[in-house]
Design a binder for this molecule. Structure first.
Ligand code: MTE
Length: 311
């Protein structure tokens, strides 16, 4: 790590990110041109989806989750993705999602609860209403972004199912559609579908978010449309994409990464600079953008309010 420059926490040079004002100015400029989302890096399908839900986006930003830091450039957040169901190449996910149908989209909430139910992703967004939150996002691979997510708290959704007292964990499942997700066949040894899990108290925490949008627009498919989890104090792989099922259980669920490499991807996976990954340090991270910078990683990714969950 001899070449790593450690700067003060969250030191961000102007060149690596889009200042919030500039981002909004650009949006206004694009709107004036009448070109809509197409020019801003979204596919035609994304643009049509955006047109189908004009009232939901952009949602009002929640002042409680609006840190005074600048956002990661949108082109990077929507163009540098981990979504192994399509490809392991981060720069290519967005070119492989065209066949993936994300509307209509049914999600099942079941398991140890009194009121299991099924819902359509867009209908639920309308029913619950949306807010915007700016969160830091830290991948286990030691890169990070600062992202404006749109969505609702997971607790709002889960409470509707009335979990039983015996429910201790929540398990999440990604869609498994081989005809639409070319990466599934390329990794036949993986225990698909992609699954993840949280303890019920983690799932009910106010920070735990179901994202339906990003940068004031519906989620592009490469970012996990139409509904993905965002758990900002945990490594990014916990933030499972394109969810089709949520299940209450009394046992710690098996998850894809934990099943593949339990020492490298423990169930809890809280961001912690003091606990190295077996193959690399987690003490610092590369804040991605046109001019990436290396910054210090902070425990719980800078969300100390969750510390009480781990006493
Ligand atoms: N969810 C599914 N279904 N498949 C994946 O490969 N990758 C995870 C997570 N959720 C992944 C997933 C990882 S490792 C990260 S870092 C984030 O998604 C990346 O989210 P982003 O592409 O929106 O930045």
């Amino acid at each position: 790590m001899a070449n790593v420059i450690i700067r003060p926490d969250w030191h961000l040079p102007e060149s690596s990110i889009t200042p919030i004002n500039e981002y909004h100015n650009r949006r206004a400029f694009v709107k004036q041109l009448g070109l809509g989302a197409g020019i801003a890096g979204l596919s035609l399908a994304d643009t049509l989806q955006a047109a189908a839900a004009p009232k939901l986006y952009p949602a009002k930003r929640n002042a409680k989750y609006n840190p005074k830091i600048v956002l990661t450039n949108k082109a990077w957040a929507t163009g540098y993705n981990n979504f192994y169901e399509f490809t392991t190449s981060k720069e290519h996910v967005r070119f492989l999602v065209d066949k993936f149908k994300t509307n209509p989209w049914q999600v099942e909430v079941s398991g140890l609860c009194d009121k299991p139910f099924k819902f359509d992703a867009l209908d639920m967004a309308k029913k619950l209403g949306l807010e915007e939150r700016v969160y830091r996002f830290r991948c286990v691979e030691a890169w990070s972004m600062i992202v404006p997510w749109t969505g609702y708290t997971l607790s709002k959704l889960l409470k509707q199912a009335e979990p039983k007292a015996s429910a201790k964990y929540v398990k999440f499942y990604t869609a498994m559609k081989p005809a639409e997700m070319p990466g599934l066949a390329r990794l036949p040894q993986y225990p698909w579908p992609y699954t993840e899990g949280l303890r019920l108290d983690e799932a009910m925490h106010d920070l735990t978010f179901m994202a339906t949008g990003i940068y004031g627009e519906p989620l592009p498919k490469q970012n996990g449309a139409p509904l993905r989890l965002v758990v900002p104090w945990k490594y990014g792989y916990k933030s499972i994409k394109s969810i089709v099922k949520i299940e209450f259980t009394d046992r710690q669920p098996k998850t894809l990464w934990n099943a593949l490499a339990p020492r490298e991807y423990p169930f809890e996976s809280n961001v912690d600079p003091g606990v190295p990954h077996p193959r690399w340090s987690q003490a610092s991270e590369r804040l991605i953008g046109p001019n990436p910078v290396r910054i210090k990683t902070i425990k719980f990714n800078g969300y100390p309010q969750v510390a009480g969950l781990y006493k």
